[in-house]
Write a protein that binds this ligand. Structure first.
Ligand SMILES: [Zn+2]
Length: 474
């Protein structure tokens, strides 16, 4: 039997995991403490280098300050503080007065060191994904200049628990096509030395180019299953329902404006209705939980109504609109109908937002939505359109039925070798824990001068540090 030959770069990455000071950047091996390229390629040579006097001296000289820098950057990132903070004058004055033994670096140095810290982060990720089955998602977003950015996130797939995602690439693309997306994913996967047979699952949004990209990636990764984001699918169903209940949508937006436009009203509401949350704010969220807002009004209808009715409609147009809607008996009926018909949908959205959910729990939540939309009570036009939207979108998801079959076979004990890795497979591409990927500060004008590589390192580092806040305490 002929031996399978592993490409050179992958071979290096495989054994380099043992030496956290050394990193392979695709062309050469670098030593982080020595800040130099190593003219060597074998395990023995690398082992000799890390045991050499020169290396140990570099480590002793550099590491305390590097450790301080990486801890400082970790702390800033975990606390959601920008890296520019240490150059603020008042911060420097405070720092130099109380912590004079640790010199604060200029911002430029921090960005320069960021590349070294990125290598450490990448090494950590490599050690976590080495020889593991991998889940991928591709997140498409735009920066403030409307440039398209593709983020690639991976999770090691475990049979006994969910795992945290790692951002492994963030690339600006001039043209977002299936081909360009495929290229970004393949390069990122190769950089982390992941074997093609270990890439098991891909989640993307439902756009044509993502479906096309999924097809080409499946040619390259033979075991890959591609599903579309179930949270997006359920959101599209929710939008369909919202369109059928414009009065409720108006009630939510006008009442929100009543409170938003006056702090005095908000404070009075808090005093008058203790224990009742403020009317929900749907602005600023990537996926607006519309049904959750509907259920808020279903639960607190009388309390919010009596508060709004006492206000002077001449004060604001929003008060007038909100008042009329609260007094319309059809509005109350519609709130009841929405609550009775679409609670399983709202529950499924909540379930899928929890990234620690098991595959069985996610699929059973979706199955509850499918069943609830078959009921007689949901047979009005809105209900039928919602059902159609759900089925159309599930049909477009290339391997949704295969995933259901894997879940079923695991229940009956006849699963294949890789099936167990799908037990905690996440079915969404929306990263609820890391909304900073679309956070405006990440791509603020302040960052305009930064190179794409620095921004990518910054994002990788931010995501990593927030998933591993304890690392800076070690
Ligand atoms: Zn060295």
């Amino acid at each position: 039997m002929s031996k399978v030959r592993i490409p050179f770069g992958k071979q290096i990455q495989k054994w380099l995991v043992k030496y956290p000071d050394l990193v392979f950047d695709g062309t050469v091996i670098k030593c982080l403490p020595c800040e130099t390229h190593l003219p060597m390629w074998s395990v023995i040579q690398c082992r000799n280098h890390v045991n050499s006097k020169r290396h140990i001296q570099s480590q002793e000289r550099q590491w305390p300050y590097m450790k301080f820098l990486s801890d400082l950057m970790f702390m800033l990132s975990v606390c959601d503080l920008p890296f520019v903070m240490p150059i603020e004058e008042s911060f420097r004055v405070f720092w130099n007065k109380y912590v004079p033994m640790w010199k604060l670096p200029p911002r430029k140095t921090m960005y320069r060191k960021l590349q070294l810290i990125r290598q450490m982060v990448e090494n950590h990720i490599r050690s976590k994904v080495a020889n593991r089955k991998i889940w991928i998602t591709i997140d498409k977003t735009t920066d403030i200049y409307n440039r398209k950015v593709i983020n690639v996130l991976i999770r090691p797939m475990r049979s006994n628990q969910s795992s945290v995602p790692y951002l492994i690439a963030s690339k600006k693309l001039k043209n977002v096509t299936a081909e360009s997306i495929t290229g970004v994913v393949q390069n990122a996967i190769a950089r982390f030395g992941i074997h093609k047979n270990n890439v098991l699952m891909l989640v993307t949004d439902i756009t044509e180019c993502m479906l096309e990209a999924g097809k080409s990636l499946k040619d390259f990764y033979p075991k890959l299953l591609h599903v579309t984001c179930m949270l997006q699918t359920l959101h599209l169903v929710e939008v369909q329902i919202r369109d059928g209940y414009s009065d409720i949508d108006k009630l939510i937006s006008s009442t929100k404006t009543v409170f938003e436009s006056s702090t005095k009203r908000t404070n009075t509401f808090r005093k008058r209705c203790p224990g009742i949350p403020q009317p929900p704010d749907l602005i600023g969220t990537r996926w607006k939980p519309w049904l959750e807002a509907v259920f808020y009004y279903h639960t607190y209808f009388d309390q919010v109504k009596s508060f709004v009715l006492e206000m002077d409609p001449n004060d604001a147009q929003s008060i007038e609109t909100s008042k009329q809607l609260f007094e319309d008996p059809q509005v109350r009926n519609n709130l009841h109908t929405l609550y009775n018909n679409y609670t399983p949908l709202s529950n499924a959205i909540k379930q899928l937002q929890d990234s620690t959910s098991s595959l069985s729990a996610s699929l059973s939540a979706i199955s509850n939505v499918i069943c609830s939309l078959q009921l007689q009570t949901v047979m009005d036009i809105t209900g039928m359109l919602a059902r159609e939207t759900l089925h159309d979108n599930l049909d477009k998801s290339p391997d949704y039925s295969k995933l259901c079959a894997i879940d079923q076979s695991s229940l009956y004990g006849n699963s294949s070798v890789d099936d167990k890795y799908f037990r905690y497979a996440n079915m969404t591409c929306i990263n609820m824990e890391h909304p900073f990927l679309t956070h405006i500060s990440t791509f603020s004008p302040r960052h305009k001068a930064l190179t794409e590589t620095t921004i990518e390192a910054l994002l990788m580092f931010e995501m990593f540090s927030r998933s591993h806040p304890a690392l800076c305490q070690q």
